[in-house]
Design a protein around this ligand. Structure first.
Ligand code: ATP
Length: 309
């Protein structure tokens, strides 16, 4: 059996609308998800013995069963018991607790990598189904690109690629937001405005499906996409993190297509038409804020997520 090295991309949300409650306790969402080429490296090595080992030097990433990559390997070994264990080495580039689905993309890399290593020949939808047992973001991280996601965020429809666009991502190293906290707080504060029955839920979901963001993406209309960025979770996260709001305001003042928090934050991104424009924005914002706690990256939108290296 062969070893595999994969790159596992981060994702941003170009659109995140909270529609209502679901019977399973999750939120009903309508999102546009986008892979970006800020990526972790995940190495998989077959072992002769029947156990999983995770190595990751990042101090905030657990190496045992709490690691999502570990959980992905455990799931695969349970579903395909004829194969022995795996040693997983993760080199993190994607910041932790950042709203960029770093853990989910590592889990996706393990599922895709073990499918290759064990020569299972699973289809994309079989891989996604396995991923959805681990978390709502994992199915998207398996396929990547640009997608409309409804339900918990794991019912996906592909959209045309946007890899002509770039982002500047900004995150304060010392800040992390818990995704469950963000959604629970949103429910407490804004639950009264949720769709109250199946018909309203369905019609609001349809409205996004046939809505202006999706048509702007079909038309590859970068200005409109920038104009239509939306993330409902900003309403609960931004008031708690004034520095994040300031960073967002800084981006907004520059010549960018649009700016928004990604997922449950606290990463904020600014959308640009070219790499040189993104580099310029990164330089200007870095100089203006001049905080050693602030990390800024330039990334290109990507049409894939998990790629063998
Ligand atoms: P999402 O956008 O899906 O909410 P996130 O980017 O906000 O994800 P992660 O970086 O995935 O959050 O990490 C959230 C938590 O998961 C952290 O507390 C971290 O310790 C834990 N974790 C478990 N496995 C991993 C992994 N492989 N990589 C990063 N974090 C992991």
């Amino acid at each position: 059996m062969q070893s595999y090295s994969l790159s596992a991309s981060a994702k941003i949300n170009l659109y995140l609308e909270i529609i209502g409650n679901r019977a399973d306790g999750y939120h009903e969402l309508a999102m546009v998800l986008q892979s970006v080429d800020l990526a972790d490296r995940v190495d998989l090595r077959p072992t002769v013995r029947d156990f999983i080992q995770v190595h990751c030097q990042h101090p905030e990433v657990p190496e045992g069963p709490r690691n999502l990559a570990y959980q992905a390997a455990a799931l695969m070994m349970q579903k395909f018991p004829n194969f022995s264990g795996v040693e997983i080495t993760i080199q993190k580039q994607i910041p932790i607790g950042a709203g960029l689905a770093g853990g989910s993309s590592n889990a996706a890399a393990v599922i895709v990598g073990l499918d290759l290593m064990w020569q299972l020949g699973l289809t994309q939808s079989e891989l996604q189904e396995l991923g959805s047992e681990l978390g709502a973001d994992v199915p998207f991280c398996i396929t990547g690109g640009t997608a409309l996601a409804v339900g918990r965020g794991d019912t996906l429809s592909s959209l045309p690629p946007l890899d002509h666009l770039y982002v500047v991502l900004g995150k304060y190293r010392s800040m992390a937001v818990s995704t469950p906290w963000a959604y629970q707080t949103f429910r407490k504060r804004f639950g009264h405005s949720y769709a109250q029955n199946v018909e309203t839920l369905e019609s609001r979901r349809e409205r996004v499906h046939a809505g202006p963001m999706v048509s702007a993406i079909f038309q590859r209309d970068a200005r409109q996409i920038g104009h239509l960025l939306r993330n409902d979770l900003e309403r609960v996260v931004l008031p708690e993190y004034p520095e994040v709001t300031q960073l967002r305001d800084r981006f907004q003042q520059l010549d960018v297509l649009g700016t928004m928090m990604s997922g449950s934050g606290p990463t904020v991104f600014a959308l640009t038409q070219s790499r040189s424009q993104a580099e310029q924005v990164r330089e200007t914002v870095g100089a203006a804020i001049a905080s050693p706690d602030l990390d800024l990256w330039v990334a290109q939108m990507s049409s894939t997520s998990i790629q063998p290296l």
